[in-house]
Design a protein around this ligand. Structure first.
Ligand code: SF4
Ligand code: SF4
Length: 343
């Protein structure tokens, strides 16, 4: 393992900036999110716990021009889509969010390969940062992960105070550290292990994933349960926009005076108008939309890809304006026998 002094992090980012567009956590916009590094500020190392806007926004843009077009008397002329984006490095991604990117990769390279998303993914490296100070809304350890999980990152850094211990996880990660001097000693590695252990112990919120695969399908038609669960939701869509594993999008063509463009933008199954364009929303009732959101992550996605599409990042709990809490929903789903009785 390597070791980089805290005071040398800016130098390391500057080295990487020669080859990549480097993104780091920032709260300049008012919402913590990954933004292009300004070449000097590393104060995020002191305040950063996690971003509000998940790093999926660097791959699935919240709004993206897919291509332009123009129309004249003879018909439409289509502009070629933009070239592959420049190489990008996401510094400080939390393990839960790196895991989430691995989860949505499955959709974008399934039967249809989405080049807009995949070209960014292929051009990116993920530098993870052990989550030493998780929120009380985090429950990643219930989902087979944890605050120092290295799956899907290229490097994993762990803050040991005056330095970071650096684990080179992939060949891309090794290439990033080529020429960087400084090896972690036994004492540094022991400090990093202690930070990781303490971090995992701080994740005290739990869900029962053992029985959820039985309880959720059994309670699917339990309208009473879902009505009660959804009662306070105001269908604002925040929990889905900010969820690192939600990937729904809408596509619109806009045209003015013969010049136009096709845009895609984030969409949310929480909205009453969701899927209104191709047909009517089959889930007009709010409780059906809340049920869909939960079941998509915990029932349907595992059926398709054998993985739960929730990382326990806790954003939907922290950001919901009415304190809807997915862990309460999941833990409250009645057991199969009770579910059958209550229908
Ligand atoms: S953030 Fe809360 S209120 Fe908004 S859609 Fe989600 S559950 Fe409903
Ligand atoms: S459902 Fe909530 S806890 Fe799970 S990944 Fe999405 S935002 Fe995070």
């Amino acid at each position: 393992m390597k070791k980089v002094a805290r005071k040398d992090i800016a130098e390391l980012l500057a080295k990487w900036q020669k080859d990549f567009t480097v993104f780091v956590p920032s709260r300049d916009s008012g919402n913590a999110e990954m933004v292009v590094w300004d070449g000097k500020d590393v104060t995020f190392l002191d305040w950063y716990r996690n971003t509000i806007v998940p790093p999926k926004s660097k791959f699935l843009l919240n709004m993206e021009k897919m291509f332009g077009f123009s129309k004249d008397g003879r018909g439409y002329a289509i502009e070629a889509p933009a070239e592959a984006p420049p190489k990008q490095l996401i510094f400080g991604i939390r393990p839960c969010d790196a895991r989430a990117i691995g989860i949505i990769d499955m959709v974008f390279k399934d039967s249809y390969e989405d080049r807009y998303y995949l070209s960014r993914r292929e051009n990116s490296v993920l530098v993870g940062l052990t989550c030493a100070n998780p929120y009380d809304s985090c429950f990643c350890t219930s989902l087979g992960s944890g605050p120092s999980e290295s799956a899907n990152v290229d490097l994993l850094l762990t803050d040991i105070g005056d330095a970071f211990v650096v684990e080179e996880i992939t060949d891309k990660g090794k290439a990033l550290m080529a020429g960087v001097e400084g090896e972690a000693g036994k004492e540094d590695e022991a400090k990093a292990a202690a930070v990781k252990q303490a971090a995992a112990a701080k994740v005290t919120r739990k869900i029962d994933t053992k029985t959820i695969a039985e309880r959720l399908p059994a309670a699917f038609d339990n309208e009473k349960y879902w009505q009660k669960d959804a009662a306070k939701c105001v269908s604002c869509g925040i929990c889905t926009f900010l969820c690192p594993t939600c990937y729904c999008f809408d596509i619109n063509d806009e045209m003015l005076k013969g010049e136009g463009a096709r845009y895609r933008n984030w969409d949310s199954c929480s909205f009453p108008l969701y899927t209104k364009m191709p047909a009517e929303n089959p889930r007009e009732a709010k409780w059906r939309r809340v049920r869909q959101k939960v079941n998509h992550k915990y029932t349907f996605y595992p059926m398709l890809f054998d993985v739960i599409a929730c990382t326990g990042c806790g954003r939907c709990i922290r950001q919901c304006p009415v304190n809807w809490d997915i862990t309460q929903t999941l833990n409250g789903v009645p057991a199969p026998a009770a579910a059958a009785e209550k229908k």
